[in-house]
Design a protein around this ligand. Structure first.
Ligand code: COA
Length: 160
């Protein structure tokens, strides 16, 4: 088992994994658009038996400056519930910290993301084009928790 940074030659296999994991093409297309726009900040993959079985991406937000969004995240259906997503999230957040991101926002079940240090309360004064009730924040810089701000996602999130 290996967890490592994505290389350009991994992209086609990650697109297949995303499509299989979500059961649709949307997330693979989103990722491609984010990369093309230069908006991806970090991608990590989980490899087992020479196959990519998990992927996590972090995109920059247009605003607030220095904030990242965790998206997308997937694990192959046959490899789930073994903590692979958890490993990817933990390593990704370490990297976000090392890369001096100020905070990381995530859209998803707050109960799942709480265990990694994300907080729905820390996100309660944010406004977002996506449901704030499904938004959690992982504050890195002091003063980020509870801050009043508009989350502005890159254009790729709104392309059909
Ligand atoms: C979500 C996903 C990445 C989790 O991968 P995983 O490697 O199985 O996750 P982990 O093993 O680290 O964690 C599994 C645990 O978290 C829970 N969990 C996982 N995803 C969850 C979610 N979105 N909401 C609530 N709970 C979740 C599971 O119930 C499980 O708990 P249990 O083992 O106590 O029952 C995987 O199921 C997947 O690829 N799903 C399809 C794509 C998707 O929904 N991605 C996330 C949104 S971008």
């Amino acid at each position: 088992m290996t967890l490592r940074f994505l290389l350009p030659e991994d992209r086609a296999e990650v697109a297949e994994l995303l499509t299989l994991s979500f059961g649709r093409l949307d997330e693979a297309i989103l990722l491609e658009r984010l990369r093309d726009a230069g908006d991806m900040r970090l991608e990590l993959i989980w490899i087992e038996k020479r196959a990519i079985r998990g992927h996590i991406g972090f995109a920059r937000l247009d605003a607030p400056a220095g904030w990242w969004a965790l998206a997308p995240l997937c694990v192959h259906p046959r490899n789930r519930r073994r903590g692979i997503a958890a490993e990817l999230i933990r390593h990704g957040l370490d990297q976000a910290r090392q890369n001096r991101a100020k905070a990381v926002a995530v859209l998803g079940d707050p109960a799942y993301y709480r265990r990694f240090g994300f907080s729905a309360k820390a996100a309660e004064n944010l406004s977002s084009p996506f449901p704030v009730a499904q938004t959690s924040l992982y504050p890195i810089r002091p003063g980020m928790a509870g801050v009043t701000a508009d989350l502005t996602y890159p254009a790729a999130f709104f392309q059909a």
